[in-house]
Design a protein around this ligand. Structure first.
Ligand code: GUN
Length: 296
């Protein structure tokens, strides 16, 4: 195996420690950063994510407010909870765990969140600010990917970057962040013609398509930095479930210069960036100096 493994667990832990230091500084100034997480329904994966967000929030010395609502909650009740959280001065960040039950309109719910508290960076105002180069809250997963890329590469200026996937949560904001770093950016997706050839152009390849092990070693430019956002559950040889990324790790690691593993790559950075965004939102809300280097 040629590639360096990019250790998201170690880098995520370092970022969380930095956030905890800064949170202590804010607390000493009378501001305890607070994150409210709203979970509607009982989706098992979402419950696990929400529990780990709560644990990480408390470990960073921040306040955690958890709101669990039944799966049948109607839109009016959910929107009235969001209105209360918008108005609550102890809450600096609001995250509504997705996916929501099918009867709820996720876009309408996200747009009800005060953009200054939108620590997911999903509100149209934050998306528009990012796209137009203004101060924003940036979605956590692409922000974490950017930090991993900066750690490995330093400057990204002029680099050929290919993002595979065009979701509002990862692909599009990832492309905007790479553009902000002066990379040359291509967004490819499941309908792109000759996807392997497009990927082979990439010095930076970010895979966020949600297709298990789609991207093979022979799609990768030798020496490329590969960031694998995918988390796919597949049956292993012995029948037990195992997690794999959107990249076929073993073959890609033969060719890439550096690659993130799944698990232990992007995932730990995402949660650390959620805490960083909450800290940033709290500092901004109180007109305190914003810790540097946490907003991408
Ligand atoms: N569900 C899976 N990932 C995310 C995320 O980043 N934010 C929210 N709100 N829900 C999710």
């Amino acid at each position: 195996m040629a590639a360096e493994i990019i250790d998201g667990r170690a880098l995520g832990a370092a970022l969380r420690a930095r956030v905890a230091d800064e949170a202590a500084r804010l607390a000493a100034a009378g501001v305890v950063p607070g994150l409210a997480v709203v979970l509607v329904g009982e989706e098992p994966a979402s419950r696990v994510y929400v529990a780990s967000k709560r644990r990480a929030t408390l470990e960073a010395g921040m306040a955690s407010f958890e709101h669990r609502l039944p799966a049948g909650t109607d839109a009016a009740d959910l929107l009235s909870l969001i209105a209360r959280l918008n108005a609550d001065p102890a809450v600096h960040g609001i995250l509504v765990q997705l996916p929501l039950p099918a009867h709820l309109d996720a876009a309408a719910v996200i747009h009800a969140i005060d953009p200054a508290k939108d620590v997911d960076g999903f509100h149209i105002s934050n998306a528009g600010r990012l796209a137009t180069g203004q101060m924003a809250l940036v979605p956590c997963t692409p922000l974490g990917c950017l930090m991993l890329l900066r750690h490995r590469l330093g400057s990204l200026a002029g680099a050929e970057a290919v993002v595979v996937g065009r979701s509002n949560i990862v692909g599009k904001p990832m492309a905007q962040l790479l553009l902000r770093e002066d990379a040359t950016v291509t967004i490819a997706h499941s309908r792109s013609r000759d996807l392997p050839a497009v990927c082979r152009r990439a010095e930076i390849l970010v895979a966020a398509v949600g297709r298990a092990e789609l991207i093979r070693g022979d799609w990768i430019r030798p020496g490329a930095t590969v960031i694998d956002v995918g988390i796919n559950r597949v049956a292993g040889a012995d029948g037990t479930a195992r997690l794999v990324g959107d990249v076929h790790f073993a073959s890609a690691a033969e060719v890439a210069g550096a690659i993130t593993p799944v698990p232990g790559g992007v995932g730990p950075m995402t949660i650390a960036c959620l805490l960083a965004n909450t800290l940033t939102a709290a500092a901004r809300a109180h007109g305190l100096p914003e810790p540097e280097g946490l907003t991408g």
